[in-house]
Design a binder for this molecule. Structure first.
Ligand code: ME8
Length: 650
């Protein structure tokens, strides 16, 4: 998909009947990621979010809390705005449907559609769901009464209403979907919409008279008891935010590059909204991108069930960037996801800690030890061109994935260069290069790792802005359009610089940090010592231990980078095992009867990494390998698939 020069990106405007939960945060974080990427890549970007404040639902929510509707809307709208500010969401405008300019714009649109002949007055009789702010035909109701969307009881409404001739747009919409297969993303959702429209569109009631918390009709209609249907009012925010109906100040941003929404509101965005825009003779947005639903223990989150996950609590406990990464990486866009702290912790410890954080530590360690902290990329191409080619091949695939809303695949692909880097260290071994006096090659390896980290941090920046800024500071460059062009679009490398030491970016997390977000697995906290005593039972000769005791053992995946025989020993092999540290560990293993040095070289093993060093035949041993031995002999315990050296086992 080609990029035009502008990128107008929107979130839904959130109802002010409740405070934000992780579902709302998810949409906003995706939009923020796209906006940050667009800006970095030089597009003229406008990012809009805000609150949807009219309608019967809000009026009732305010009443039940003993507040005026405006007071209540002000209060909840501010909680959304504050949350996005605290989350450093890079919106350009926060719109409220109670803004005077917005209301004028909605009235202008109403008049324009009326002039076009698309609006007429009639009587409406139907079943209205207040919660969904939607009319449903009798046939669609569950047991003739309940809303097919949310299951709540509907109310029979008979009132005078203005109608929008949606039926006139059925064929035009179908033609548009046909000619623009990328309009609705992901593509799997497109068929649902097409089927719905093919089933027939009836005209849409777009005003109400039974309440008055809404935008009034334009004065020349002389019909003061009518207020606009909330969805007409709300959808128009995407235009009024650009000055539509007022001064058109930012209308050159239209059409939107993407409206990000949840799947619950796809119909409004993929059917009503394009029909309104066609009526206004305006071009349609490029994409309507609908993501899936976050649930909690498999259930929809709701306050009444007490299972709402508070995004602020999660970000405070685990770090905002980690939370952002998790949400975007964990669930394929469009699919549903279940929130669990375990999954979040796994992502932080594994993807972020082992693959990314550890690589930076290795670079700091290597350059500190051998080059007084300096990194020089001069000879990277001379020694490591094929690694660089692999990295650039991955980088090239990224942008289209992002704008096709395959964000989880974007992140997956972005991790490949990290694998290239970790593998290069295991394979070329800076410590060996140094021992062999190949200093230039070792420095080039340093430069390669720094280059990979710089390129990855640029492309990861839209997802993890704070962390990537820290990485770029350590590597002495800034993430911006210039560095994106030079190091991602072009193949440039960093200059010579001295690395800044920084604190570990992803300290390992051993247990859930939030009690509130994980009620099911909540365990009482017991001191390790007490716990061991209480649980120390003996069954069939095996002493039972607590999980804490097990975790006192540090088990890691290791790669054997050198294997030698021990002179005069029938049993021992002398191995150098990379466990993700600056230098490999020396391990003396009693396996020679079953394994040769060739068997062991470049193979992966499981290492007990926190044993006190021991001496065997005068040789220091800094670890133990896991193996199993029965009457047929001994076999090593190895990871089933190749894993980065240093990956913890547990
Ligand atoms: O629908 N999982 O506002 P709203 C994922 N005002 N996303 C979720 C979610 C969940 N569990 N819960 C909410 C409205 N969302 C209208 C929109 S736009 C012109 C008017 C997200 O406050 C998701 O993006 O009910 C969903 O579409 C949006 O919040 C609905 O927010």
């Amino acid at each position: 998909m080609s990029c035009n020069k502008k990128a107008y990106i929107t979130t839904p405007i959130y109802y002010v009947n409740d405070i934000a939960h992780i579902g709302h945060a998810y949409t906003t974080i995706i939009a923020d990621t796209l906006a940050r990427y667009s800006r970095m890549s030089g597009l003229d970007t406008f990012f809009l979010t805000g609150t949807d404040e009219h309608g019967q639902k809000i009026e009732e929510a305010a009443k039940s809390r003993g507040k005026t509707t405006k007071e209540y809307a002000d209060e909840i709208s501010a909680t959304f705005k504050n949350l996005w500010d605290d989350f450093d969401i890079s919106y350009d405008k926060f719109i409220r449907t109670t803004d005077a300019d917005h209301m004028v714009g909605v009235q202008k649109a109403f008049s324009a559609m009326h002039e076009k002949g698309d609006i007429y007055k009639d009587t409406y009789k139907g079943h209205y769901c207040i919660s969904c702010e939607t009319f449903f035909p009798l046939l669609q109701l569950v047991d003739g009464e309940f809303c097919p969307e949310c299951g709540k009881s509907t109310t029979v409404v008979e009132e005078e209403s203005y109608f929008f001739r949606l039926s006139n747009y059925q064929d035009k919409l179908l033609k548009y979907y046909e000619e623009h297969p990328e309009f609705i993303l992901p593509k799997s959702k497109r068929n649902e919409v097409i089927r719905f429209v093919e089933g027939g569109l009836t005209d849409l009631s777009i005003t109400r008279t039974s309440f008055d918390w809404g935008v009034k009709l334009p004065e020349n209609f002389n019909d003061p008891k009518h207020v606009m249907y909330v969805w007409l009012d709300a959808l128009m925010n995407y235009l009024t935010a650009l000055g539509y109906g007022k001064d058109d100040a930012n209308m050159e941003q239209w059409p939107a590059r993407v409206h990000l929404i949840g799947k619950d509101i796809l119909r409004f965005h993929a059917i009503y909204w394009p029909a309104f825009l066609m009526s206004l003779d305006l071009p349609l947005p490029k994409h309507i991108a609908a993501h899936g639903w976050w649930t909690r223990d498999g259930e929809k989150m709701s306050k009444s069930k007490g299972n709402v996950v508070d995004p602020r609590a999660v970000a405070d406990a685990y770090g905002l960037d980690n939370f952002r990464y998790f949400m975007l990486r964990e669930v394929p866009f469009g699919g549903d996801g279940d929130f669990s702290q375990k999954a979040l912790i796994d992502r932080i410890n594994s993807d972020l800690g082992n693959d990314l954080g550890n690589l930076l530590n290795r670079l700091i360690g290597m350059s500190g030890k051998y080059f007084a902290g300096s990194v020089d990329s001069t000879n990277v191409e001379k020694y490591y061109q094929s690694e660089l080619d692999d990295v650039h091949a991955s980088l090239e695939k990224l942008e289209p994935l992002l704008f096709d809303m395959q964000i989880h695949r974007y992140l997956e692909e972005l991790w490949r260069p990290l694998t290239v880097a970790n593998k290069a260290i295991d394979m070329y071994q800076p410590w060996t290069l140094m021992k062999e006096g190949k200093k230039e090659e070792a420095m080039a390896l340093n430069g390669l790792i720094a280059a990979i980290l710089s390129k990855v941090s640029i492309m990861l920046y839209p997802v993890m802005p704070e962390v990537c800024t820290k990485i770029s500071n350590a590597l002495h460059f800034s993430i911006d359009n210039k560095s994106w062009n030079a190091m991602v679009k072009d193949t440039q490398l960093l200059d010579i610089f001295v690395l800044e030491k920084i604190d570990p970016l992803f300290p390992r997390i051993e247990e859930p940090l939030l009690e509130q977000a994980e009620p099911i697995e909540k365990k009482p906290k017991v001191k390790v010592k007490d716990k061991v005593k209480k649980e120390e039972k003996v069954t069939e000769g095996v002493a039972l231990i607590g999980i804490d005791q097990f975790f006192q053992t540090s088990l890691k995946v290791g790669t054997v980078v050198k294997a030698e025989e021990v002179p005069k020993s029938k049993k021992l092999l002398l191995l150098q095992v990379d466990v993700g540290e600056d230098e490999p560990r020396q391990v003396v293993a009693g396996i020679k009867e079953w394994y040769s040095t060739d068997d062991m070289l470049n193979s992966q093993v499981c290492v007990v990494a926190n044993l006190k060093p021991a001496k065997l035949m005068g040789l220091k041993s800094e670890g133990m390998l896991l193996a199993a031995k029965d009457k047929d002999g001994l076999c090593m315990i190895r990871p089933e698939k190749p894993k980065t050296a240093g990956t913890p086992i547990g």
